[in-house]
Design a protein around this ligand. Structure first.
Ligand code: PAF
Length: 321
């Protein structure tokens, strides 16, 4: 680990004049991977710095959608968040490269990319966007849920009104596959599914299970079309007030939060399918051949992605072993 943790032990015993409150907003419930990361962060910080900071959690989009919360960080009205790469693409467009379908092969590959040079380079770009990014968290590989039937081939997506994140890379991919992508902020999604305004959505098992999407969706297709990351961020105004010992404690807490999020995702990836079947969802998993048909149908968008992000960067990502 690149961080220096040494001075933290002493800092834990330094009595604060008064504790500073950190408002942390995130999109999902406290018993989700977001909640697990936020709690691990809080506990780690307490271990390092004692009572210097207190946390007020705003789960389930309690402070608004991810975009609004990130704008709050920029303004200094919210101190902390964990937000998905889909939303963050609108703040640092380069992050969009990670949302290219089928670019990241599996969780191991994704974690190595994010923990390595490429991940570090991207986190650094957030300073210019008025945000301070601490570390990459995780959601897992995204799968399609729908009320219109199982998805076996690109033709099954024809005209499907599928909610996507507000991520141009995803919108372009679903359009090329013949669907009718409908970008929408997460807080509106469950209502839109209930009312039939959209037929489906796509998210990792971590989200499908914790948001109980089985209550509003009948079919789950395990296609793993794209890896979904998150970033743990703090407001530049909070970051600017911290001394070096506190900064090291925040960085360690972010590392601990990542460990907790990844463990949560691994657990739900192992147990989530059975849980969703038991809850009544019809689940199908694409074979490697079926998956290849989706990849092949994305040849045109891939040319556009290369033009936008650079074939070199995409090759660097693919070369990470
Ligand atoms: O689909 C999304 O918008 C995201 O995956 C979610 C559920 C808000 C978690 O960041």
């Amino acid at each position: 680990m690149k961080h220096v943790y040494a001075a933290l032990l002493c800092a834990a015993f330094a009595a604060p004049v008064s504790a500073q409150e950190i408002k942390i907003g995130y999109a999902l419930a406290e018993d989700s991977h977001y909640g697990a990361g936020a709690k691990a962060f809080e506990e780690s910080l307490k271990e390092s710095l004692g009572e210097q900071f207190t946390f007020r959690h705003f789960p389930s989009s309690g402070l608004g959608g991810e975009r609004e919360v990130l704008e709050g960080l920029q303004l200094g009205t919210v101190e902390m968040t964990i937000a998905s790469d889909g939303t963050l693409t609108n703040f640092v467009p380069e992050v969009g490269v990670l949302g290219i379908p089928f670019l990241l092969r599996d969780k191991d590959h994704a974690r190595k990319v994010l923990d390595g040079e490429i991940g570090e380079e991207m986190l650094a770009k957030f300073e210019d966007a008025g945000l301070h990014a601490l570390a990459w968290g995780e959601q897992g590989f995204r799968h399609i849920t729908s009320n219109r039937g199982a998805i076996q081939a690109p033709a099954d997506l024809d005209g499907l009104k599928i909610r996507t994140m507000e991520n141009p890379v995803h919108i372009e991919a679903f359009r090329a596959l013949g669907a009718a992508p409908t970008p929408m902020a997460w807080p509106e999604v469950i209502g839109a599914l209930q009312q039939g305004a959209i037929d489906g959505q796509e998210n990792p098992l971590s989200v499908i299970v914790s948001a109980k999407l089985n209550e509003v969706q009948e079919y789950l297709t395990l296609d793993g079309h794209v890896y979904s990351s998150t970033i743990i961020l703090v407001s530049p105004s909070l970051w600017g007030q911290l001394d070096d010992t506190q900064k090291a404690a925040f960085e360690k807490a972010a590392d601990d939060a990542v460990v907790a999020m990844r463990a949560f995702v691994d657990e739900v990836d192992a147990s989530g399918v059975e849980a969703m079947k038991a809850a009544g969802m019809e689940v199908n998993e694409l074979t490697p051949e079926q998956k290849a048909a989706f990849r092949d149908a994305l040849a045109e968008p891939y040319k556009a992605y290369e033009a936008q992000f650079g074939a070199d960067l995409m090759a660097r990502i693919q070369a990470v072993e």
